[in-house]
Design a protein around this ligand. Structure first.
Ligand code: ADP
Ligand code: 5GP
Length: 214
């Protein structure tokens, strides 16, 4: 039976909602199932971030070259920087049967869904606005004016949320990770994602009915 290709999954959500934390834990728990795409960005690395691990940190010139050369699956501008998804890794991991997760903002998510309608879109939110602000400030990685810009951008992102397939409320981390895993496992069981299997068994049953199989 031919192996099923992986599911392309997009995770978006307000900055500080906990997307990165959820994805890190999901990959720790289920390393065989998932691959996380590493984006390119022109923003500066945060303390502790490593080039090629969190992001491929890029100059504006190099980023624009990637756009020209069609090396990106999608890209967007977010609070004065470019962010984009390199194509090659995603295609290679999907072909190997891994579910590839893109942790990207809403404009990119909508572009991906348009190009690849089978994509599963997940939207992560904290349980309340107060908790969002607390997490974003508590992370301590952005100065107050950038925290404010990100909270304003969060308000704008609500506008596109109806296009998403699932809402993930990130209250208790472990429960949230299990919810994401179980959604994606259920997606694999959808009839529309199992055409090859179904066609093969139909063919075998038809052969049996005609006496072509013992
Ligand atoms: P994002 O990737 O969405 O910007 P992060 O994963 O960086 O968000 O999380 C923002 C902050 O919230 C981090 O300090 C992280 O440790 C914290 N956090 C994430 N998930 C939870 C949770 N379920 N409960 C409490 N704090 C959380
Ligand atoms: P951060 O600066 O906090 O790492 O990311 C800012 C925003 O950019 C987040 O919403 C993140 O999901 C999004 N992002 C990261 N990589 C990409 C990408 O490749 N494409 C798009 N469209 N958004 C991205």
């Amino acid at each position: 039976m031919e192996a099923q290709t992986g599911i392309l999954t997009v995770v978006s959500g307000f900055s500080g909602s906990g997307k990165g934390t959820i994805m890190k834990r999901l990959l720790e728990k289920y390393p065989q199932n998932y691959a996380l795409s590493i984006s390119a960005t022109t923003r500066a690395p945060r303390p502790g971030e490593v080039d090629g691990r969190e992001y491929f940190f890029s100059t504006v010139e190099r980023f624009e070259e990637m756009i020209q050369n069609d090396e990106l699956l999608e890209y967007a501008r977010y609070v004065n920087n470019y962010y984009g998804t390199p194509k090659a890794y995603v295609q290679e991991q999907l072909a190997m049967g891994k579910d590839v997760i893109l942790e990207i903002e809403i404009q990119g998510a909508l572009k991906i869904k348009q190009k690849y309608p089978d994509t599963v879109l997940l939207f992560v939110t904290p349980p309340s606005f107060e908790e969002l602000e607390r997490r974003l400030v508590g992370r301590g990685t952005e100065p107050p004016e950038v925290v404010r810009e990100r909270l304003c951008r969060a308000g704008e992102e609500c506008a596109g949320v109806e296009a998403y397939d699932y809402l993930i409320v990130n209250d208790e981390l472990e429960a949230c990770v299990e919810q994401v895993h179980s959604i994606l496992q259920d997606e694999h069981a959808k009839i529309s994602r199992n055409e090859i299997f179904i066609n093969e068994i139909k063919k075998e049953l038809a052969e049996y009915a005609k006496g072509e199989r013992s």
